[in-house]
Design a protein around this ligand. Structure first.
Ligand code: FUB
Length: 452
């Protein structure tokens, strides 16, 4: 080999190791990504995902969803758990793939779970007035049976639902309240989508509708990603081919969605890189989506660099106190208020009047790891004594200094375990409080081994 080629190879290997924006999120196991840019803020990209428990090697125990946002593809915010099985009265298990939509001024989460007592997949609809949730379940869409892997595609104000499972794919227009299909529009797309298994997703480009989906070439796992193209959302679709083939470290399933962000087309999907490629515990990936001169998708080879040149991505968990209960934590004898201005999110938690009054927030983590821990609080009438507990052990007994407005305190580095972690801020004194103490949010910023 010539010296030039050797140098090129060495530089290439070094570059591969220093640019690594895949996996996209490295602090929590995530799958089935649904990427979106909402009309109120074209600078922000949102990704909604399902969640794999650490160590799980199948998908039967999946229970909840997360939302992530970024403005630069490198620094991400994990908004925590945005919907959980226990918030959905009609469901019993299988919080599988999702989508999200902005429709008539509200944010919607479209998800699937198995109906209690029946065990059939239904397509659920939940709503929030903010993109980061938490979302409130509204029930399931009538007229959809076996409603696994839903995707809601809105075209010229008309909502279309796509869903698919077990080698089948269907679609229909939804009624205006999104809670039922227009029966007369129902189509079975299965025969048009060669190899289809599940997970349809539709995007529009140059007036054409691209339907991407995970499929199996007969009886052979893992899934590859295929696509088909149509002139109208409900088809007929013309099969085009595979665009993410088998790759090193993939999981048995693949599933994803497309988005155009800051002028670039991107494909979000999942792999098993974070868990070592050996299990079904998955992580989100993203790569650029490109087309050839005939508007065919150019096959994607999953890359370590992903969507940029950064050494790695970094995620901060931003856990709003007022979401504590809906997002997997607890509000014990405290309540949500909005009197002290400049709070983030929808308000803050206050009324820590009696001993043990507390707020707790849920942080879900993939592996034992370190985070920089911050609390934003206000204590307008004087200092206030509190215990901070992490997973029921006292991490700090702390006298929060008086602060008229909200201020952030950096408590240094904390260790979180794999799985669910509860961070609790609890009133310590036996004396009843005179003043008001308010918790706005906690932040847990990812810290890496080589930064310690
Ligand atoms: O994540 C659970 C299931 O695995 C999804 O619903 C399927 O699309 C596959 O990704």
């Amino acid at each position: 080999m010539k010296l030039n080629s050797v140098l090129f190879l060495i530089i290439g290997v070094i570059a591969l190791n220093i640019t690594a924006q895949n996996p996209l999120f490295t602090h929590v196991f995530t799958a089935d990504p649904s990427p979106h840019v909402w009309p109120d803020n074209p600078d922000k990209l949102w990704v909604y995902t399902s969640h794999d428990e650490p160590g799980s090697n199948n998908h039967y125990g999946m229970t909840g969803y997360h939302a992530f946002s970024t403005t630069d593809m490198v620094n991400w915010t994990d908004h925590g758990r945005i919907l959980h099985l226990e918030n959905v009265e009609w469901a019993e298990s299988h919080a599988w793939a999702i989508d999200a939509a902005f429709y008539r001024g509200q944010y919607y989460l479209i998800y699937c779970m198995k109906e209690a007592g029946i065990g059939l997949f239904r397509t659920g609809i939940a709503r929030s007035d903010t993109p980061g949730g938490p979302f409130t379940d509204l029930g399931y869409v009538k007229g959809v049976e076996f409603g696994q892997d839903p995707a809601l595609f809105i075209d010229n104000g008309i909502p279309y639902l796509f869903w698919g499972h077990d080698r089948k794919c269907f679609a229909a227009e939804l009624n205006e309240d999104l809670m039922s299909i227009k029966q007369e529009t129902y189509v079975d797309l299965t025969k048009q989508l060669t190899h289809v298994f599940e997970g349809p997703w539709v995007h529009k480009r140059k007036g054409k509708y691209y339907l991407t989906y995970p499929g199996l070439t007969p009886r052979r796992w893992p899934e590859k990603m295929f696509y088909a193209v149509a002139d109208k959302p409900l088809g007929p679709y013309e099969f085009k081919g595979v665009f993410i083939d088998d790759f090193e470290g993939q999981s048995g399933t693949n599933h994803g969605g497309t988005v155009t962000y800051k002028g670039k087309d991107m494909m979000f999907y999942h792999s098993a890189w974070l868990s070592g490629g050996l299990s079904e515990t998955r992580n989100v990936m993203a790569d650029y989506l490109k087309y050839d001169k005939d508007d065919n998708i150019i096959p994607i080879i999953p890359s370590k660099a992903g969507l940029g040149n950064a050494k790695r991505t970094r995620t901060t968990l931003l856990l709003e106190a007022e979401n504590g209960f809906a997002a997997g934590g607890e509000l014990y004898n405290v309540f949500v208020d909005t009197w002290i201005k400049d709070y983030s999110g929808k308000g803050y938690v206050t009324n820590f009047d009696n001993p043990y009054d507390h707020v707790s927030m849920l942080a879900q983590v993939a592996k034992p790891s370190k985070f920089r821990f911050k609390v934003r609080y206000a204590s307008p009438d004087g200092e206030s004594n509190h215990d901070i507990l992490i997973n029921s052990r006292i991490y700090r007994a702390f006298k929060f200094p008086q602060s008229k407005g909200f201020t952030e305190i950096d408590f240094g580095i904390v260790d979180l375990k794999a799985g669910d972690n509860l961070v609790r801020i609890l009133k310590r004194d036996w004396k009843p409080s005179k003043g008001q103490f308010a918790v706005d949010y906690i932040k847990l910023e990812q810290v890496f081994e080589d930064e310690n």
